[in-house]
Design a protein around this ligand. Structure first.
Ligand SMILES: *Cc1c(COP(=O)(O)O)cnc(C)c1O
Length: 394
């Protein structure tokens, strides 16, 4: 590149990570459907096998298409290194297992993604790993648990489905005072809106299935951080086998080229939808970090460049009201997914909190008439018109 100036995030989304993987003049990264890789002679093979020379050996370990995907997100998160997995849960599980041993302690919060929460409540305790789950927005309580000592501090902001916001800078500093590795799930924000490493986190991870891919057609997970930490995660994933498929890596890589455009539109659409819903008489409450009424608004304003495309709202009524409302929407898939170009809606009872009983959801502050709304990139007039029609005479 002719200029020394660090390119902007949009330019990185389009260009970063690809050059090394282009072949025979192609302008696009190929899908390398090859299980293994050959060498000119045994000496070259040895150099690659011992890590003396860069190269690929076997696609469970590394693959060129997968590497290009990892390089692009690495650049967007401003990290030294990145590694991937077959799903978001694949990378979260690999990461926790890479660093934790029996007797260790983890501090996290109650509002993490449902699958992550089950790792904390079901699987890690089986290995005699102690997990302290704090109230998500009670920063003093989280700091008190951190001060008792732990190996890992695991954060997620904003959260699912009530988009709670945690002060990453403050909590990362508390973690570092006692030598903790700080991990942030940045799926909801994306690197366009928030860079946890800049706020002091050691590792930032994504379910690439959501916004990074953006088209609801490929699963994947990725984590970024220092070479040393990423090597530890890579080693666990390489041996335990939850490898990202080259075809999925290709779809995610292609999706990421428009990440900045999609997120810009989704930030804008979500703000307009949130304001509209907040003023609607059929809606009891709206959760969106961009609203002044949101308890995490001040923190979000400080640590995010945009408030994201996820919001939720409580309909006046009960679960039957939800059942009547959802089929009336024309421009929204009723589905258990988020972060795609199409708007997606669903109640927590069938999406993020499907594994809880109605009583447990109520105890977690999730009413049955809450609706999670993942705003797409459609024209805002159509989305608001759609909501207006669906909310009329509910
Ligand atoms: C979906 C999601 C995950 C899990 O990702 P998968 O790709 O479905 O395994 C983790 N964290 C958050 C915040 C998510 O939304």
């Amino acid at each position: 590149m002719s200029s020394d100036k660090q390119p902007g995030r949009g330019t990185l989304a389009v260009w970063a990570g690809e050059e090394e993987y282009l072949m025979q003049g192609a302008t696009q990264v190929p899908v390398v459907h090859s299980v293994s890789f050959g060498y000119r002679d045994v000496d070259e093979w040895l150099r690659v096998a011992t890590g003396e020379e860069p190269g690929h050996i076997y696609s469970r370990n590394t693959n060129p298409t997968v590497a290009a995907f990892e390089q692009k997100i690495r650049a967007l998160e401003g990290a030294e290194a990145a590694t991937s997995a077959s799903t978001g849960m694949g990378i979260i599980s690999s990461t926790l297992h890479a660093f934790l041993s029996p007797g260790d302690r983890v501090v996290s919060v109650k509002d993490t993604y449902g699958g992550t929460n089950l790792l904390f409540t079901e699987f890690l305790p089986r290995l005699n790993i102690d997990v302290a789950l704090c109230d998500t927005t009670d920063h003093e309580a989280i700091e008190a648990e951190i001060a008792k000592g732990c190996k890992i501090l695991y954060l997620e902001s904003p959260t699912n489905p009530t988009v709670k916001v945690m002060d990453i800078e403050r909590l990362a500093a508390a973690g570092h005072r006692v030598g903790v590795t700080v991990i942030v799930d940045n799926t909801f924000a994306t690197p366009i809106n928030q860079n946890p490493l800049e706020l002091g986190a050691d590792l930032v991870l994504h379910s690439a299935t959501k916004y990074l891919g953006g088209h609801a057609d490929a699963l994947g997970g990725v984590i970024c951080g220092s070479r040393e930490l990423i090597d530890a995660v890579y080693h666990y994933r390489e041996i335990n086998g939850a490898t990202l498929h080259p075809m999925a890596a290709y779809l995610l890589l292609r999706g990421m080229k428009t990440l900045h455009l999609r997120i810009r539109q989704q930030n804008e659409n979500a703000m307009a939808v949130a304001r509209y819903l907040e003023s609607h008489p059929a809606v009891e409450q709206v959760f969106y970090p961009g609203l002044e009424s949101h308890p995490g608004h001040a923190i979000a304003k400080r640590q995010m460049r945009g408030f994201g495309g996820m919001l939720s709202f409580i309909l006046k009524g009960d679960f039957d009201t939800v059942k009547r409302f959802l089929p009336r929407l024309r421009y929204a898939h009723a589905a258990a997914n988020l972060g795609a170009v199409e708007t997606i809606v669903g109640p927590p009872a069938t999406t993020s909190h499907v594994e809880l009983t109605a009583e447990e959801r109520a105890a977690a502050g999730i009413p049955e008439s809450l609706i999670r709304y993942s705003v797409g990139i459609e024209d805002i007039d159509d989305l608001i018109g759609d909501l207006e029609g669906a909310l009329k005479n509910l």
